[in-house]
Design a protein around this ligand. Sequence first.
Ligand SMILES: [Zn+2]
Ligand SMILES: [Zn+2]
Ligand SMILES: [Zn+2]
Ligand SMILES: [Zn+2]
Ligand SMILES: [Zn+2]
Ligand SMILES: [Zn+2]
Ligand SMILES: [Zn+2]
Ligand SMILES: [Zn+2]
Length: 275
Amino acid sequence: MSTSERFDCHYCKDSLLGKKYIMKEDTQYCTKCYENLFANCCEGCSSPINCNSKDLSYKDRHWHEQCFQCAKCSRSLVDKAFAAKDDLLLCTECYAHDYSSKCSTCKKTIMPGSRKMEYKGNSWHETCFLCHRCQQPIGTKSFIPKDSGYFCVACFEKQFAYQCCACKKVGTSLCDFLYTLTYQDKPWHRECFVCIGCRKQLSGQRFTTRENYPYCLECFSNLYAKKCVGCTKPITSESRIVLMFSFTLTPLIQFSCLYLHVFKYCQKNLVTISH
Ligand SMILES: [Zn+2]
Ligand SMILES: [Zn+2]
Ligand SMILES: [Zn+2]
Ligand SMILES: [Zn+2]
Ligand SMILES: [Zn+2]
Ligand SMILES: [Zn+2]
Ligand SMILES: [Zn+2]
Ligand SMILES: [Zn+2]
């Protein structure tokens, strides 16, 4: 037999004529050599996957067809959907049972691979995560949580639109909304919540009210507090407290003091009156 007619295993050089052989990269091998050299080891039973069985692979891992099964219930995963958890392959039922979250709305399991929404530790089927107002799925759109519900932006604006108590403009955008404050349960723009007297912004300031109008403390005492006849400054509630402690004076002096400023600062006037 001439060299050109020889057909040998590339590795052991045994003749392959009339025998089963396997080609790999244009080179022929006898089945035994091929298995020793190239066969993958099965993840399930740890033996090589020979040429008589199908080699099933997933992410560089290999199984015999009969070894490719759910790690939990041992049902075959061939031609089925499955899920990988750590190193385990699980049928979708076992995976869902052990690892899937339940939908906060319909309470059913969210099957692996199905689209879901997650927010603050809760999960929903995509079709179950609805806007509280329009009842449409929010999907990938932005949403705003409010009380225990979720709103799509359009509905949030409609539901919580406000009218500024002062300028009567209606707020429509979320951005506007953040720049308002609430006083007596009514919304105001920050820049619209001002002292009735001097128009100074009162947001973040101490203020007082009379007949439901807001005043800065200065305007209020200028307009409404009793004035000291001694120094003409307004008598605030703090100055009256000081007068309460001046009972050692004669009744006449006490009476005069009611319209005088803080006792110790107006000593000069008190002395004059008592004479
Ligand atoms: Zn060989
Ligand atoms: Zn196996
Ligand atoms: Zn299973
Ligand atoms: Zn659901
Ligand atoms: Zn909506
Ligand atoms: Zn306003
Ligand atoms: Zn003022
Ligand atoms: Zn005074």
